[in-house]
Design a binder for this molecule. Sequence first.
Ligand SMILES: *Cc1c(COP(=O)(O)O)cnc(C)c1O
Length: 399
Amino acid sequence: MTVHTGRHFLQIPGPTNVPDRVLRAMDMPTMDHRGPEFAEVGHAVLAAMQRVFRTKQPVIIYPSSGTGAWEAALVNTLQPGDKVLMAETGQFAVLWHGIADKFKLDVDFIPGDWRHGAELEQIEARLLADKAHKIKAVCVVHNETSTGCVTHPQDVRKILDRVNHPALLMVDTISGLGSLEYEHDAWGIDVSVAGSQKGLMLPPGLGFNAISEKALAVAKANPAMRSYWDWQEVIAINKAGTWPYTPATNLLFGLREAVKMLEEEGLENVFARHKRHSAATRAAIRVWGLETQCQEQGAHSPALTGVVMPEGHDADNFRKVVLENFDMSLGTGLNKIKGKVFRIGHIGHFNDLMMMGTLSGVEMGLDLAKVPHRGGGVLAAMEVLKGRDVVAMPKAAVA
Ligand SMILES: *Cc1c(COP(=O)(O)O)cnc(C)c1O
């Protein structure tokens, strides 16, 4: 049995650390989910999530993982045979594609190398060529958690508007919401998909959809079969602060507290904090002489950083060394980059000294696992966190 002293460092990019305040808020006796006290909670969390998504439109809260909210987005708006455009940004894009396949959607999957955001030129070319408007939806992953690359959904909206294409814009912001800027209404997103266990600092178990007026109208006219995920019924019953089925009551208590924490800090400050930690992490990686998985300027994720292992060194072996020696969990490489990449989560309930502890664990682990690197990455990260310009470091590393 492993003995833990102090706190385990959970530096995977989700599920993330749950603040004590949120744990305490969930530690409540069972409540009548159809009683007056619960309706207050229901109304509060629905309004809170509208503020987090920055929308005046309905938000659905499912007792589900993020995967359920993906499925909900597809089954409400599309029917078998409908064409959708997706972009292979990484493993989560691959998984969303897999669900679309199972519902017999006709997916045009723009290939990618897992080191960049979605290829906007390709999206534009496909939409331009689609004169008959057969493409019913464009689906992108905002923060690709498997690689640490961001696709800016507002850029995709600009393309749709520029080529005057009516397709719905659906965005997986499961690991983006609450850690990266997000504007459901202002960016013209039709369906936003999110989950509780990443930037929202909750345990897994809640899935979210934010839905534009246009997407709601499409859903109303969509004859495809669905039941549990059907938006209409949930929205109708949510008006009374309750759900058509038993909601995940205690997670909702936690959600109310988590959004309170985000708003006490101020969402803008939350986003800035994630960016600082991402910059500090890249500063360390640059000094170590390692490569980030994301190779696109301006697309480095504020929430996590994927690190490429030097040839001949196994990322999972390195992760094992770090776990055994320092009780820290780092994210594994997923699917085709398994063993080649490890991921450092700097998302959610997190601060500067947790960041430094994390990077120290990585640097010591590199040493112990005999991974070739230069020392001093941790010192470079400290300079970034102190707000100083790092003279010895190329600008690109902190950009
Ligand atoms: C975590 C994650 C998912 C999957 O969510 P689950 O809650 O595991 O179903 C999907 N997309 C992204 C971008 C994620 O980070």
